[in-house]
Design a binder for this molecule. Sequence first.
Ligand code: FMN
Ligand code: SF4
Length: 514
Amino acid sequence: MKIFIPGDAGAVAVGADKVASELAAELARRGTQAEVVRTGSRGMFWLEPLVEIESEGRRIGFGPVTPGDVPAIAGAIVDGAGHPLALGPVEELPFLKAQTRLTFARCGITDPQSLADYRAHGGLKGLERAIGMTGAEIVEEVTASGLRGRGGAGFPTGIKWKTVLETVADAKYIVCNADEGDSGTFADRMIMEGDPFVLIEGMAIAGIAVGASYGYIYIRSEYPHAIKAMQRAIEAARSEGILGPRVGGSAHAFDMEVRVGAGAYVCGEETSLLESIEGKRGFVRAKPPLPAHKGLFGRPTVINNVLSLAAVPFILSEGGQTYADFGMGRSRGTMPIQLAGNIKHGGLFETPFGLTLGELVQDIGGGTASGRPVRAVQVGGPLGAYFPPSMFDLPFDYEAFAAADGLIGHAGIVVFDDTVDMAEMARFAMEFCEAESCGKCTPCRLGSTRGKEVIEKILAGDRVEAHIELLEDLCNTMRLGSLCALGGFTPYPVRSALRHFPEDFRARAVAAAE
Ligand SMILES: Cc1cc2nc3c(=O)[nH]c(=O)nc-3n(C[C@H](O)[C@H](O)[C@H](O)COP(=O)(O)O)c2cc1C
Ligand code: SF4
């Protein structure tokens, strides 16, 4: 008998290790030998720890399982009897069934540490095809897919790779941005813990495409499980010849290592990330030169988010056009959307671009966990805009969000119920920028401090209208005058809070007058 239980940090945090060991022991006590496979997570966090039993080619789920449930569940498994936590075939659960999993195709299904399992589930096909292609042909395939950077800026990946391919240098690098600093995001972590070989394959393809023979994965220190999973997978890939002087038996050399960040939001910004890998303080570099021309150690560098690189093996194995067939407008392919905050069904939902915000939050996410009405959602991390339910017909699409003064970012959606104070959230946006600013430019370094002070005056009911005007002016200065998006985008949450929830600011004037 085979039993699958996630070893993902999210599942482990709610007791998956204990459930796994106790279930194996309980089944053995009942005379049933079971092989327990620790997988990645399926991304249905409200069901974790999710236990899956293989039966007649299908996986039958139980969840969320606590150690106290183990004896009864073991009994149900052995006798084939029912149990209140039985979920039926996992693939039939509406949250999973409604998804199109291209990037997360194997996550929650395979043993993430087994290269054989990876290969048995379609892994390495993209790399094998790339080995027989020229760099320009690979870049052309990625361009045809319409893939845009999943780290935040949505820049076309094919154009970035083409620039590095065409830049002549004695060395080039592939850097994977796994800093994943945005609030409410966890997709990078889930890939690294649940299907690390897909990232290694994507980076190796990128290396072959642009002529780079070394890569770095920059992982935030708060992700110890992901760091370990990637290090083990890199070693396994190296020992099987997927990495090393002859990638997959080809004439291409490519190897990589993990670098651990020290914990700064700004180290997710690509140029300060490069500074950090070089052993310096996370400090934003002025552009130009672009990292594609002069990046890590002064060499041409592809820097991509985990999800961008993890999408590449599918694009190479199935063809760029197949990927591009999904999506809407200029947002092609699928996006692993992360539902978080005060939400009933939080988790990872991979879907083609185009679903509306309302469908994602209300239908798929099931509304708030508190059961109270949704009042606001923040999309795209701490620099993303807040949207009220009146804007829930907004389709998940880069251009549609930009036209609504928002951004998709890394596709994290954080939900708030009607107890949220949006003036307080605006203050927090400025405070976050103040704490995380690298300090290089004045609009961000000083603007965030002054912005926080101005909002505090509004909160105290002090000349509210005049201070709102001053805040708008300050937001303009930060937006136009900041060197990077930390200072430049902090106005998004502040202004969207002001625009969509003005009553939370003006209530202070009324309260002060009374
Ligand atoms: C303050 C700040 C933080 C960022 N944090 C991240 C991050 O955690 N992960 C990420 O992939 N990109 C982050 N970015 C975006 C990167 O600068 C860069 O655009 C991205 O790594 C490029 O990869 P992509 O084209 O695949 O998205 C951040 C940008 C800024 C301005
Ligand atoms: S905007 Fe902020 S984080 Fe970015 S360079 Fe300026 S001071 Fe540094």
